[in-house]
Design a protein around this ligand. Structure first.
Ligand code: NG6
Ligand code: CA
Length: 517
């Protein structure tokens, strides 16, 4: 595998990584034979939300097409049960629990990733790729307090993306504007944007004080500035002409992704297509309202699936589907009520967003991090279901190997053969993170250390995995984590604790430093 694509000497790789660029002549030579790479990343899509993974109440023909025509992983993981840390792990190949700031970020946070770190786009750029992100970012922007009215000094473009078209944080956080290559799109300089996560701007209505202005009601949090009748997290003033229309967001991102593909099809490209669905606020375009019986959450997933179908059609129409490796996954597990009254719980029926898995978003139980994970390369990958252990933290090294780069990140593994469906072994073990707590998977086993905190987060109605004593589960025999084997398997428990502590070491930066003896 490596040899086939290895057309550039490691000397140039090293120089390129140090200087952040490759010489143009070496870039030209490397173009032949390298696949385009697209990462399709959904937001809060659960293990059981996809047809190919068992969903019945939501039809996902396009994600199913990828799953059934490629490798459908049943043990594929995000690094974290929330968004920011997962995206950090995906792009850098570094476990997010090593970085104490890798937590759900406000829209005003500075850039989380050190600009000297090698990321997927930087590694690929060095290998002659053009690179783009379209969609949700949520890794902070700028080097201090951002001025949204001039170019934001550091962001995706300073981490290796040639083109970026993003929303800063989440759809429920201000600023509710699109940012293109560091500039807020459609901003009127006479109506500058101000953003604060501390206090409101005088005279501005809020979800808390002005319920009469709302078209979507908040359930918990989400009661600050109102944009398009939807109350958000954080305060914002100005920037009227730049504000997005929530119901058009999916179409807008899709269009940008399609345009990017069309104008870069002559060279290898990397596209990180980070969809905002089905994160709150769920605002499917009217074309998708009623696509499922589940209300906005199901409809948003149907909409996302349609977008993915359109993207595949574009690749086909441009004649490049067979030269494109696609990896689809989600940043964390599912949640129904994440802060708005949108009927997600009421209309869920017997749909199981997490499939058979226990927990959900925020949880240390498996549904927090085990997510749909699919690799697809038409004509290249043999369709199969794989139970090999694989994590998003491995994508950087795996892509590196596929395109012929020697780069190796701190925590990722080269699982290129796993991704391409030709391997018989995956990861041996994996450290997972959920709201600043960590757990340890090794083989079929998972160890959950004891943590203080509520068993169930009542606001979101999710079991958090806070146990009074160690939890030990065999996921092969007991995928729903119903039986804690900690006391009946003392040797396994000790062995797991030892390896976990050895691997996690002092890297764990949180307040609760567990002593595993
Ligand atoms: C939480 C929000 C939730 C969601 C989450 C981030 C409240 C009460 N809840 O703090 O709605 O925005 O952050 O989700 O504000 S994530 O997928 O980006 O991690
Ligand atoms: Ca998420």
């Amino acid at each position: 595998m490596k040899k086939r694509f290895k057309l550039i000497s490691s000397f140039f790789v090293a120089i390129g990584l140090i200087t952040g660029c490759a010489s143009s002549s070496s870039v030209k030579e490397t173009n032949t034979g390298k696949p385009n790479i697209i990462v399709i990343y959904l937001d809060d899509l659960g293990y059981g939300d996809v047809g190919a993974y068992g969903a019945k109440a939501i039809k996902t023909p396009n994600m199913d097409r990828l799953a059934n025509g490629g490798v459908k992983f049943t043990n594929g993981y995000a690094t974290s049960a929330t968004c920011t840390p997962s995206r950090y792990g995906l792009l850098t190949g570094v476990y997010p629990w090593r970085n104490k700031d890798a937590k759900i970020l406000p829209g005003s946070a500075p850039l989380l990733i050190d600009t000297s770190l090698v990321t997927i786009p930087r590694m690929l750029k060095n290998e002659g790729y053009n690179t783009a992100i379209v969609g949700k970012w949520h890794l902070g922007l700028g080097s201090g307090v951002s001025d949204w009215n001039s170019r934001i000094d550091i962001g995706p473009n300073e981490l290796g993306f040639d083109y970026s078209y993003i929303l800063a944080a989440t759809q429920d956080r201000v600023p509710t504007v699109y940012i293109k290559d560091g500039y807020v799109e459609n901003l009127d300089p006479n109506d500058p944007i101000q953003v604060s996560y501390e206090k409101n701007f005088e005279g501005e209505p809020t979800g808390l004080d002005n319920p009469e202005l709302l078209k979507m009601k908040w359930h918990h949090g989400h009661n600050n500035s109102i944009v398009n009748g939807i109350p958000r997290i954080g305060f914002m003033k100005g920037g009227e002409s730049a504000k997005w229309v929530d119901e058009d967001m999916a179409d807008n991102f899709l269009l940008k992704a399609q345009d990017y593909i069309k104008s870069n099809k002559e060279q290898p490209f990397f596209l990180y297509y980070a969809l905002q669905q089905p994160h709150v606020p769920r605002t499917p375009n009217p074309r998708f309202v009623g696509a499922t019986d589940l209300g906005p959450r199901g409809d948003a997933i149907a909409e996302a699936d349609w977008c993915i179908g359109q993207l595949l059609e574009t690749l086909e129409a441009e004649g490049i589907l067979e030269n494109t490796l696609i990896v689809l996954s989600s940043d964390n597990g599912p949640v129904l009520n994440d802060g708005y009254y949108d009927d997600a719980e009421e209309r869920n029926g017997d749909h199981t967003p997490a499939g058979v898995l226990r927990g959900g978003k925020y949880s240390l139980y498996d549904a927090g991090t085990r997510v749909p994970f699919i690799s697809y390369w038409k004509g290249r990958i043999e369709p199969q279901t794989s139970d090999l252990l694989v994590c998003q933290v491995d994508l950087l090294n795996s892509f590196a190997s596929i395109v012929g780069s020697d780069f190796s990140s701190q925590d990722g593994m080269d699982l290129s053969e796993v991704i391409l469906g030709t391997a018989t072994e995956g990861r041996k073990n994996l450290i997972l993170e959920a709201t600043s707590r960590t757990s340890f998977r090794e083989g079929d086993w998972v160890l959950i250390p004891p943590y203080k905190g509520p068993e169930v987060n009542k606001q979101v109605n999710i079991e958090m995995g806070n146990l009074e004593d160690f939890g030990l589960f065999n996921l092969k025999e007991d995928p729903s984590q119903k039986v804690n084997l900690a006391s009946s398997e003392p040797e396994k428990l000790e062995e797991m604790k030892r390896t976990f502590l050895e691997l996690r070491g002092d890297g764990f930066q949180e307040t609760e430093k567990l002593e595993l003896k």
